[in-house]
Design a protein around this ligand. Sequence first.
Ligand SMILES: [Fe+2]
Length: 291
Amino acid sequence: MAFCYFNSIPTSSHLISPDLSQKFKIPKLLHRKKRFGVLPRSSKVTAFYGLKAPPYELDALEPYMSKRTIDMHWGEHHRNFIEGLNKQLEKDDILYGYTMDELIKVTYNNGNPLPEFNNAAEVWNHDFFWESMQPGGGDMPVLGLLQQIEKDFGSFTNFKEKFIEAALTLFGSGWVWLVYYLKRNIVVRYFALILRVIDCCEHYLVVLVKREEKQLAIVKTSNAICPIVWDDIPIINLDLWEHAYYLDYKNDRAKYVNVFMNHLVSWNAATERLAYAEAFVNLGEPKIPVA
Ligand SMILES: [Fe+2]
């Protein structure tokens, strides 16, 4: 696993859950015919995750991301992650019943991922990715998001450069993210106490002050890793697996990344996600409830 932060190491404790209201497909339990007026009992109730569609038509991102790419990326790769996860969950009752966010954290297993982790995280990452883009995207963020970017990166131009640099320096397959987190600093303060008892002695009282600050950062993750495993709050992500851009841009990752930043990224979604995250961070809630 390889990842790095372009700001300092985040240690946030809050989690955003975009609307990942996965469609649960309840098996035919409720549709069984009554026999002798009594519903037959099932020894086991199971549910499965469904494939969530992008929030736009599959050709809506053309010419920057072709329908052909989304047909393959969403209709095949994303679907395979869902189907693979459902097959794995059929075999393992212990993991049954978690929300997707919980499932990712549990199966990440403190950096020793369980077999289900890759599929679960890739489902989450792709759902988030489709919603990180919009027709007519790109341009510039506004209001609070722009202010936060300028505060944490100096300027929007500087942020863009760092995001693109992160995408181009990611080795192999993975993701680049804009995340929001609660940075905790330990500040050392010295207080001098001058005591005049026998000699003139100077005593220093050392006090550790915990200071918290909300901040944006750019994060790179390898393969399926999703920053919610560290309790970071994702704001935007970009898929850097070759299947995301090969049909449209061959192996020209730089062109794909620039097109994403200039024409596809949804600052509307990012603004909503940041506002949602700030609301819960401000309230000091331990976790953002999952819809
Ligand atoms: Fe992908």
